[in-house]
Design a protein around this ligand. Structure first.
Ligand code: ADP
Ligand code: ADP
Ligand code: ZN
Length: 216
């Protein structure tokens, strides 16, 4: 199964991707996570990407396409993968198609998570993750069962992203509408698009996505 999760920042792509990983055992390929790892490691790519990411703008197509292209050649992607946050431009979408074609593979589905713009700033600014296992939380929407302790791994260390603030949300949403939203029509025309209501609660949404995947 080769899946793309599409939606604005804070829509719930990462949250749903983690659940698909658990159920189907295929990896989540988040270009945001990969770029943040490059920034952390201080690589050449990380140095070039940091300021762009902090400002809420898009990193260049060349960089992200190269990262994904290398990643999907890894053995754990053999049975499929979930692309989370990629492709984000038409250039990236064409490159994805070429990449898959070159390997004799086809995209299974594009799931677009739809949410009202007005809740995105709350979703993004309240987001935090476990520093140890990456489990996702939210200040009001998704709290750990025991305050300050990760449900999944028991860690007491959490982190927030430097770009997750109300100021960058405006820029990021602008980038989404300008560069990424054209992909909705692009995949609709290919008969690959399925849209789901991202305003629903997390479990309900997972059920809906599983319903779509079970028909593949
Ligand atoms: P979110 O899930 O909130 O949309 P991501 O973690 O996917 O955020 O991305 C964080 C930042 O990393 C983006 O604002 C952008 O600067 C960069 N980035 C991630 N994926 C891409 C991509 N496919 N193309 C260009 N830039 C990207
Ligand atoms: P994305 O990867 O699309 O940027 P995330 O999956 O990181 O979005 O979700 C953004 C924030 O909103 C996280 O803090 C997450 O816990 C929370 N969240 C995700 N889905 C929902 C939902 N359906 N209802 C309420 N909060 C949600
Ligand atoms: Zn954890």
């Amino acid at each position: 199964m080769r899946l793309i999760l599409l939606g604005p920042p804070g829509a719930g792509k990462g949250t749903q991707a983690q659940r698909i990983v658990e159920k189907y055992g295929i990896p989540q390929l988040s270009t945001g996570d990969m770029l943040r790892a490059a920034v952390q490691a201080g690589t050449e790519v990380g140095k070039r990407a940091k300021a762009v990411m902090d400002a809420g703008k898009l990193v260049s197509d060349d960089i992200v396409i190269a990262i994904v292209s290398e990643r999907i050649d890894q053995p754990d992607c053999e049975n499929g993968f979930i692309l989370d946050g990629f492709p984000r431009t038409l250039v990236q979408a064409d490159a994805t198609e070429a990449m898959l074609k070159g390997k004799g593979l086809e995209l299974s589905k594009v799931v677009e998570i739809q949410v009202d713009d007005k809740i995105l700033a709350d979703r993004v600014s309240g987001r935090y993750t476990c520093a140890n296992c990456g489990a996702g939380y939210h200040d009001t929407n998704v709290k750990p069962k025991v305050e300050g302790v990760c449900d999944r791994c028991g860690s007491t260390h959490f982190k927030r992203r430097p770009d997750d603030n109300r100021e960058t949300v405006v820029t990021r949403l602008g980038a989404y509408y300008k560069e990424t939203s054209p992909l909705i029509g692009y995949y609709y025309a290919k008969g690959k698009l399925q849209s789901v209501d991202g305003m629903a609660d997390i479990d309900h949404l997972t059920g809906e996505i599983e319903g779509i995947l079970s028909k593949l």
